[in-house]
Write a protein that binds this ligand. Structure first.
Ligand code: SAM
Length: 293
């Protein structure tokens, strides 16, 4: 087997020059050029030879080389067709990698994971394209892809949003979704000079360890997330008005007031003050009232 070599900036530059590669801004291409950061990601992902890793956006294969050394199998999905011949070259020494030239957002990842790993949960590891971080993470969760953990590089601000709780300005629908499905832990902050080209924002590596069972009991997940989205869509409104104004929910004002008051906090509270547990209670209460109607 080869040794991972692309984390060294000079080697990345050589590959880019050899293929006359031009970075595509629209694909969020910022390649990692720091071996310490790569080591940290691999350690945090806690990969062994029994694992299948799904990598989203391998780029020129920098992290893929490290993943292939550690994992039993790596499946990497890359949208940019210009990177495919480069990946065939940089990953030629590895026999446990499958490259798929596709848009991750258009793929049936659940079927892919089931086919490639026989139903065993996979580990997702990636330096994500920042323009689609949230749809990628939400897609993995909502489609119930069998996943053990997700260890990803994201924009620092997005990592903060995933980890925070009520009372913080960054708290929102993403925080609640991530915390419903996983336990988030920020592994490291990563400055722009660890990438080529340098992004304009700071980055962070976050590990999301997926729960076997959700931490709260929810009768209807879809309804809970509709309630959460409606509460944060109109941040400056009270929770009651936010829910009442939602096109999706369709509850009467009286029903909403009764459900909000059942939390014992008064009808004038805002959604941003509720914990995940309270959103679960609220949506369970609304479901019961709907059944009684
Ligand atoms: N993993 C490489 C590294 O760390 O150097 C590259 C990371 S770069 C931030 C993001 C990668 O995701 C790019 O290679 C980009 O082409 C790819 N990408 C962007 N949008 C994608 C999509 N919708 N589906 C799959 N890959 C995508």
């Amino acid at each position: 087997m080869n040794k991972p070599v692309l984390g060294i900036p000079q080697n990345t530059i050589e590959v880019l020059q050899k293929y006359d590669f031009s970075f595509q801004k629209k694909f969020g291409q910022n390649f990692l050029i720091d071996t310490h950061v790569l080591d940290k990601i691999i350690r945090a992902a806690d990969i062994n030879k029994d694992d299948m890793v799904l990598e989203i956006g391998p780029g020129i294969g920098t992290m893929t080389q490290y993943l292939a050394e550690a994992a039993g199998k790596v499946v990497a999905v890359e949208i940019d067709k210009n990177l495919i011949p480069i990946l065939s070259d940089t990953l030629s020494g590895y026999e446990n990698i499958r490259i798929i030239n596709e848009d991750i957002l258009k793929m049936d990842i659940r079927s892919l994971a089931l086919e490639e790993n026989g139903g065993k949960p996979v580990k997702v590891v990636a330096n994500l394209p920042y323009y689609i971080t949230t749809p990628i993470i939400m897609g993995l969760f909502e489609e119930h892809v069998p996943i053990e953990s997700i260890t990803v590089m994201v924009q620092k601000e997005v990592a903060d949003r995933m980890q925070t709780g009520p009372g913080n300005k960054d708290y929102g629908a993403l925080s609640l979704a991530v915390q419903y499905y996983a336990s988030p832990y920020i592994v490291a902050n990563v400055p722009p000079n660890c990438f080529m080209p340098r992004p304009r924002v700071g980055s962070a590596v976050i590990r999301l360890t997926c729960h076997g069972q959700p931490p709260v009991e929810v009768e209807d997940e879809h309804l809970m997330f509709d309630v959460i989205r409606a509460s944060f869509n109109q941040r400056r409104k009270t929770l009651v008005n936010g829910l009442y104004n939602s096109d999706k929910l369709g509850f009467s004002k009286e029903t909403i007031i009764e459900a909000v008051e059942s939390l014992g906090k008064g009808a004038s509270i805002r959604g941003e003050s509720l914990t995940l547990e309270e959103f679960a209670k609220l949506s369970n209460y609304l479901i019961r009232l709907r059944k009684e109607e």
